[in-house]
Ligand binder design. Structure first.
Ligand SMILES: [Zn+2]
Ligand SMILES: [Zn+2]
Length: 381
């Protein structure tokens, strides 16, 4: 008996005993016959057979795929995307019956029913939308649950970078998390993890949620400042990763708000994995307890290119460098320094002297406090 007639006879045996739909029957033989349409093959093999019952394996699931296609189309209608992926959850009993037929009739090397359903859904969705299937890292992923007839959609997060200039004092950089969910995202905060938008983080998040949709946003800041500090020049760089965005591509332009302005906004592939090295140019207004001795003022220049050692309470020690320093006395107890320093130098502690050596208070031999300090510019190395 030829291979082909052997297959035909097996197919005959199967359909005499089990009612199978065209799709399920075809799938059992299409691979060995090198045919691509399970449905057409199944139809051919069943030409002299009339099905009376539902398909033994899939209970006619394949006739219902249009319903799941509609779920996919509905759930993705608000999303902008080019590529998609599909995951399918089916009843274990269907898999069991599929396995049973395959082992009973010794059929090897054929697609599982789950793989075939997935394939069919991909085919239907591609035909309807002209979107592209992508297995590794799609823009959106459908999880279609055929057990409870639901469809879940997850969209890949997007990351943007930009810079902010802060021209008003008294604004915090970070936003307090939602009281109800501590930032995870809940119904009360619209799944954003924050419920107020009165910080730099809040204002930027709100803008991007409006433009791209999405649930939570995760920030990576290149340094930080006090609530009372300004950030001037080209501003402080930041990265924001938005989870589950609706849109993926939008033309971005500079934005201005009550207390910050944003520039250099662009989509990037990801937030930096390691912390970036950067320098800050900072203007610090300092008041001294005793009168300023101009000899000490000159000694400030010695701080340039001298390692500034910072000791943490944990025992950790690290060094930062000041590359440039200018000073200006404005009264007998007040002077201003403008420094360019490595990012991460703790400014307040450097002035007060808390765990930092050398420091300004020690140099002047009198307690010094900061009246005001502003970032004039931040440069990423
Ligand atoms: Zn079937
Ligand atoms: Zn919440």
């Amino acid at each position: 008996m030829s291979n082909y007639s052997q297959l035909l006879s097996t197919a005959d045996k199967i359909i005499k005993k089990y009612d199978l739909c065209d799709q399920c029957l075809g799938r059992l033989f299409s691979k060995p016959l090198r045919l691509s349409s399970n449905k057409l093959l199944g139809k051919k093999l069943k030409i002299n057979h009339i099905s009376k019952n539902k398909c033994y394996v899939c209970k006619n699931l394949f006739c219902n795929l249009d319903y799941f296609l509609k779920l996919m189309l509905d759930s993705s209608s608000n999303y902008g995307f080019n590529t998609f992926g599909v995951g399918v959850i089916i009843k274990p009993s269907i898999v069991d019956r599929d396995d049973f037929i395959r082992s009973k009739f010794k059929l090897k090397g054929i697609d599982s029913i789950k793989a075939d359903i997935t394939k069919e859904l991909i085919k239907l969705f591609t035909k309807k939308t002209k979107k592209i299937i992508e297995f590794l890292d799609p823009d959106i992923t459908f999880t279609i649950n055929l057990k409870d007839e639901s469809c879940q959609l997850r969209s890949k997060s997007i990351t943007l970078s930009g810079r902010y200039v802060k021209f008003k004092r008294g604004i915090p950089q970070k936003q307090k998390s939602c009281d109800n969910c501590s930032g995870k995202g809940c119904r009360m905060c619209d799944f954003h993890g924050i419920s107020e938008f009165n910080s730099i983080e809040g204002v930027i998040s709100k803008l991007f949620f409006k433009k791209f949709g999405g649930t939570t946003a995760k920030f990576t800041w290149i340094g930080g400042e006090d609530n009372s500090s300004l950030v001037l020049g080209t501003g402080r760089p930041f990265f924001i990763k938005i989870k589950n965005p609706f849109k993926r591509k939008i033309k971005l332009s500079n934005e201005k708000f009550d207390f910050i302005s944003l520039s250099d906004l662009k989509l990037v592939s990801e937030s930096p994995k390691k912390s970036l090295n950067f320098n800050s140019k900072i203007k610090i207004k300092i008041s001294t307890e005793t009168q300023i001795n101009s000899k000490n003022l000159k000694k400030l220049k010695d701080l340039v290119n001298t390692p500034i050692v910072i000791s943490e309470k944990s025992g950790k020690r690290y060094e930062k460098t000041i590359f440039d320093l200018r000073y200006k006395k404005s009264s007998k107890n007040v002077f201003t320094i403008t420094i360019t320093a490595e990012g991460g130098l703790p400014i307040k502690r450097f002035i007060v002297g808390d765990g930092v050596l050398p420091n300004v208070s020690a140099l002047f031999d009198t307690p010094c406090v900061i009246l005001e300090f502003d970032f004039l510019d931040i440069t990423v190395k």
